[in-house]
Design a protein around this ligand. Structure first.
Ligand SMILES: [Zn+2]
Length: 84
């Protein structure tokens, strides 16, 4: 079952245990990294540009169920971050 992606108005909920907040997300992404090596040869990634990204699987941290998430509405209007 494909993983439904949350939107600005929805969030994930584990259909088995009701968990809303903790998930392990397996994501595949294609990125371009600007690697800057120092004179000793130690690499450091200084910039990362994401070309594409896809969520492959979501596992519940509470009950370990894989891809058993559904979308539910986020808390109502007015619940902006920092305003609760
Ligand atoms: Zn769960």
């Amino acid at each position: 079952m494909p993983v439904p992606l949350p939107t600005a108005k929805t969030r994930w909920r584990c259909t088995l245990c009701g968990n809303l907040t903790r998930f392990d997300v397996t994501r595949s992404s294609q990125v371009v990294e600007y690697v800057h090596l120092d004179l000793a040869g130690e690499p450091k990634v200084e910039e990362r540009e994401v070309l594409s990204e896809a969520v492959e699987s979501v596992r519940c941290r509470w009950c370990n169920a894989a891809d058993q998430v559904e979308l539910v509405d986020r808390p109502g209007p007015g619940a902006e971050p920092g305003q609760v």
